[in-house]
Ligand binder design. Structure first.
Ligand code: ZN
Ligand code: ZN
Length: 120
């Protein structure tokens, strides 16, 4: 039974969303949830049947997470990758800086020695 597209027995306006209406399974009367607060059909007295989107929801939720998992696990993986790259860059920088400083010190020592030789 499709509730959406039918018109409300109470207000005569169309029911756009199935979730905003309910229907009588016996006579097919459709009403807005807001228009008919009672549980039983105004026409035949049969209990209304609500559109239940919650039933397929757990299924779709059970189906959706595996599809979402790659993107969810993609976050930590990316963070680890970025962290690893940053760590590598940090190590390279330290090595480069050390080598550079060491070289400069050697140059400075050599220059100092040369100056000393020139001075004395
Ligand atoms: Zn209505
Ligand atoms: Zn009815």
């Amino acid at each position: 039974m499709q509730i959406a597209g039918n018109s409300c027995k109470i207000c005569d306006r169309g029911i756009i969303l199935s979730s905003e209406g309910k229907f009588c399974p016996r006579c097919g009367t459709c009403v807005h949830l807001a228009c008919e607060p009672r549980d039983k059909c105004v026409v035949c007295g049969q209990p209304y049947q609500n559109f239940e989107p919650r039933k397929p929801d757990p299924l779709s939720e059970a189906v959706v997470p595996p599809a979402l998992r790659p993107t969810k696990s993609g976050g930590p993986t990316l963070a680890i990758l970025v962290g690893g790259v940053l760590l590598l860059l940090g190590v390279l920088f330290v090595v480069y800086a050390f080598a550079n400083t060491h070289g400069k010190l050697l140059v400075f020592a050599n220059w100092n020695r040369r100056q000393g030789r020139n001075m004395f």
